[in-house]
Ligand binder design. Structure first.
Ligand code: ATP
Ligand code: MG
Length: 546
């Protein structure tokens, strides 16, 4: 199912070596989302890596929700994340896992650390913990509670568990080294108090393990061999290994890091995406301008195009900003082969063919795809009153041939040669109608070809033209993200499609000739009012790009 990665990455080399040393071990990876928002295309990279490896090495890949923060973990996100992963074409092995399935075991490991004098309950306030931790240039200071006895710590931890302390008053910390050059190793927090209701364990617990404590233990319990994460967890690896060394657990997973995906004009962070929704810049997580998987899907991206994109990325250890054109070219290449061609007029102007009778109608048979006749054909109708694109006509034009103008001849695609001879104007001097006549083709002449629709056979539709959501290439690097919002990221236009296009949730992607690729918006469209989302232009650097 997964397109095999043509390049062998450093992770594949690590796994190849692992297999030589551990002939009997099954390769086991996992995808560990925090259920605090929708998945984005950065997660697609992580999914691709983990699932590609499990498939290549005949191993397994677990889906495990890292649900250690009841404040922002929600069931609605869990359902959407599962749906999005399936949509991308990935199937996790066995049942869905949750870090919360291991809360009891994680708790017991905390007790083990207390009993080994490797953890203590700290009564310092949050701010003091931060102050005592020091900085990159100054070492940390030991908490005055660091040397409590095992009994004192046991009693305090019990009381934490029983809910006898308010949130934030005490926490369990690992006793490692406040002087460590690695700040994460300066007595990191292992457990904190939270009275929020957990989506799975409800009110069973009021203490929750931190990500660092829960993650490595969950990996170990599940027999994960290669725990793959992004580079920002590089420092956390020391803690990961420290926990693994100091608790009694048979399996010892190893963490490896790779570069996070960043794409031009996108923010790939659930937290930042959530800010856009909170600030009402975007209404929903599935807005077609967002890089969320549900947004990309609604925009018309296919799962195979996204998987192809991930395959092309490879796995490296160097963070970089991927050009948006490399994502766009994946969908453009695919749609070029699969999308039915048809004509639509997005900014219409009416033309009247004067030298044919009022009721004249002519059926014209055209192929759905010029190079793939297996995709079938359809009939379009030519008649007296037509729509053409406003920009295909210009009253006063210097450079002839490029457009229809008075006295100028153009070819209507799949149809006749016409010449414009007069126009009717509105009060505001804008053009109301253009009067044309059909001509006999002059074989020696070159004609500009324009597209058109029969007015009688056209249905009014909305076209949503999208642009980058941000005015800067690397919005994630900006402190004030919201000052870089492009207020022209969505432009709504009202034009016409051929009536034969009916609302159909299966066959819903089209190439509107000369305009680009469009998809019917399945959420907003109705049978009577079809709304199209522009997927992508026909060529790179289209006129509407900023
Ligand atoms: P976000 O900031 O979007 O919430 P996260 O890392 O906190 O990202 P998780 O839900 O914890 O999100 O991520 C699940 C997995 O996806 C992790 O292994 C994480 O490293 C990986 N991941 C997240 N974002 C990216 C990205 N941009 N590129 C590659 N992998 C990513
Ligand atoms: Mg996270």
């Amino acid at each position: 199912m997964i397109i095999s990665n043509k390049k062998t990455s450093f992770i594949h080399k690590i796994i190849d070596n692992f297999i030589i040393r551990n002939t009997k071990k099954k390769i086991c990876t996992r995808f560990p989302p925090d259920p605090n928002g929708y998945l984005h295309i950065g997660h697609a990279k992580s999914l691709f890596i983990n699932f590609e490896i499990s498939e290549k090495y005949n191993g397994q890949c677990n889906l495990r929700f890292d649900d250690t923060n009841p404040d922002n973990n929600h069931q609605k996100y869990i359902s959407v994340i599962q749906k999005d992963i399936k949509w991308l074409g990935f199937r996790w092995t066995k049942k869905t896992k949750y870090a919360s399935m291991y809360f009891q075991k994680i708790y017991e490991f905390a007790i083990e650390l207390i009993k080994k004098k490797l953890a203590y309950v700290d009564k310092l306030k949050k701010n003091d913990i931060r102050k005592y931790r020091g900085t990159l240039n100054t070492p940390g200071i030991n908490s005055p509670y660091r040397n409590q006895t095992i009994e004192e710590n046991m009693l305090l931890f019990q009381n934490m568990k029983l809910g006898n302390f308010p949130e934030g008053q005490v926490c369990l910390r690992a006793k490692i080294d406040m002087q460590s050059p690695c700040i994460i190793m300066r007595d990191p927090i292992l457990y904190r108090i939270k009275f929020s209701k957990h989506h799975r364990t409800k009110n069973q617990w009021c203490i929750y393990p931190t990500y660092d404590f829960a993650h490595c233990i969950s990996d170990a319990i599940e027999g994960i061999t290669h725990s793959l994460c992004t580079l920002e967890f590089q420092d956390n690896k020391q803690l990961y290994n420290w926990i693994m060394k100091n608790i009694t657990i048979h399996h010892q997973p190893k963490q490896y890091e790779y570069a996070r995906l960043n794409i031009e004009y996108f923010v790939l962070s659930k937290r930042k995406l959530n800010t856009l929704i909170q600030k009402k810049i975007i209404k929903q997580w599935n807005d077609p301008r967002l890089p969320t998987l549900s947004g990309l899907k609604r925009r018309g991206y296919t799962a195979s195009a996204i998987r192809n994109f991930c395959n092309n990325l490879g796995i490296t250890k160097k963070n970089n900003l991927v050009e948006i054109s490399s994502l766009e070219s994946c969908i453009r290449k695919e749609l070029n082969l699969t999308a039915c061609r048809t004509m639509a007029i997005i900014e219409p102007i009416e033309i009247i063919i004067c030298n044919i009778p009022i009721n004249y109608q002519q059926e014209i048979k055209i192929f759905n795809h010029p190079n793939n006749h297996d995709m079938g054909e359809k009939n379009i109708i030519f008649s007296k009153e037509l729509y053409i694109e406003k920009e295909d006509f210009q009253e006063n034009i210097k450079k002839r041939y490029q457009k229809l103008t008075l006295g100028q001849t153009v070819k209507l695609k799949y149809s006749y040669i016409i010449t414009a001879h007069s126009i009717k104007k509105n009060k505001d001097n804008s053009i109301n109608k253009i009067f044309c006549t059909i001509h006999i083709k002059n074989k020696n002449q070159k004609y500009k070809i324009i597209h058109w629709l029969s007015k009688k056979h056209a249905q009014r539709s909305e076209f949503r033209i999208y642009n980058h959501l941000f005015t800067t290439k690397n919005p994630s690097s900006k402190k004030n993200l919201l000052s870089y919002i492009n207020n022209k990221s969505l432009i709504k236009k009202y034009g016409f499609i051929n009536k034969y296009i009916v609302y159909n949730s299966k066959k819903n992607t089209y190439q509107f000739e000369r305009q680009g690729y469009f998809i019917i918006d399945n959420i907003l469209s109705t049978k009577k009012n079809i709304i199209f989302n522009q997927i992508i232009s026909l060529k790179q650097n289209w006129k509407n790009k900023i």
